[in-house]
Design a protein around this ligand. Structure first.
Ligand code: SAM
Length: 292
């Protein structure tokens, strides 16, 4: 599977803290319990590089001190949130795995629009689970907007975008990106859906931002939703979880899909949904059969 957490050697050389096996085990267990991310032994350097700066800021010299600090009742919640923000891996892009958006426009959205007419559902609901800095949900919104332009009468589409990391959610909500981050966005879509700011950055236009609602949510928790989704994107998130947790999460996603709804995974997560009651539409798109 693709590993987005490998560190360049130069970065490793700057780390001044060491971590013992016992200390690493403590953090491994804590991170797993809090967010389900399982760091194997090979991720020691990653943990050191992500947390060293914070240890230095707090005047600490060992990882054990930081661990005790995190667990101390006098430590405020903000420190735990900051800690979690440091351990997540947030790599993402606009139009990442573009075939999913091609399929959305040519096949999935037409199907859900037809279903809504047939079943009387008033909207299409989409969830970007593990949305990082917002490129995925905004790509979904742009794809929806482009598709709706081809219809005589559109239908409301609501996009929920969630992540555990408050830092990436803040960036996502602002919707401002550097020019190099937009390299995957075709020129005509950039012109229609982004505004060029005086400082050279690009801001997602309100018509797209308004389609997406962001929120912090831990996928390891029970799902609180009272409605179902037509499409759930959970791409490049499951790779950080244990095989059992991946399976449990997919079953939870399945229970949240409306009839004919689809779960879309990342390309390196292709085998995870096999045997769990989906029909594969290819390209890591998994559809719930009509009969639940
Ligand atoms: C590699 S990014 C994938 C972003 C996007 N889905 C994509 O494919 O481009 C994985 C995201 O999952 C989030 N994540 C990891 N564990 C999570 C959890 N337990 N609950 C919610 N989000 C989580 C991380 O914070 C990170 O932003």
């Amino acid at each position: 599977m693709e590993d987005e957490t490998r560190l360049p050697h130069t970065q490793q050389a700057f780390n001044s803290f060491g971590i013992s096996d016992d200390e690493f085990s403590l953090f491994q267990e804590l991170i797993y319990k809090m967010v389900g991310i399982y760091l194997n032994q090979g991720k020691k350097m990653l943990l050191i590089s992500r947390l060293s700066k914070r240890l230095r800021m707090l005047g600490m010299t060992t990882f054990r001190q930081y661990y005790d600090h995190l667990l101390s009742s006098s430590t405020d919640q903000d420190e735990l949130v900051r800690f979690i923000n440091q351990v997540t891996t947030n790599k993402t892009d606009f139009f990442r795995e573009i075939h999913h958006f091609d399929q959305m426009k040519s096949r999935l959205l037409p199907m859900y629009v037809a279903n809504s007419k047939k079943n009387g559902t008033k909207d299409i609901k989409i969830w970007s689970a593990g949305c990082s800095t917002g490129e995925e949900p905004y790509t979904i919104a742009i794809t929806v907007a482009e598709y709706m332009k081809t219809l005589q009468a559109g239908i409301p589409v609501k996009i929920l975008a969630t992540d555990i990391d408050t830092g990436v959610l803040k960036h996502a909500q602002e919707g401002v990106y550097r020019t190099d981050r937009l390299s995957g966005v075709p020129e005509e879509l950039r012109a229609s859906y982004f505004r060029h700011l005086p400082d050279g950055n690009w801001k997602v236009e309100p018509q797209v931002r308004e389609m997406v609602k962001f929120g912090r949510f831990n996928l390891m928790h029970q799902f609180p939703f009272k409605f179902g989704f037509d499409l759930i994107f959970c791409r490049n998130v499951l790779i950080y979880f244990t095989p059992q947790d991946r399976r449990d999460l997919i079953l939870k996603f399945r229970s949240m899909l409306r009839p004919s709804g689809c779960l879309i995974l990342g390309h390196s997560e292709s085998l995870i949904a096999d045997g769990l009651g989906f029909k594969s539409l290819g390209m890591t798109i998994y559809q719930l059969p009509d009969q639940k």
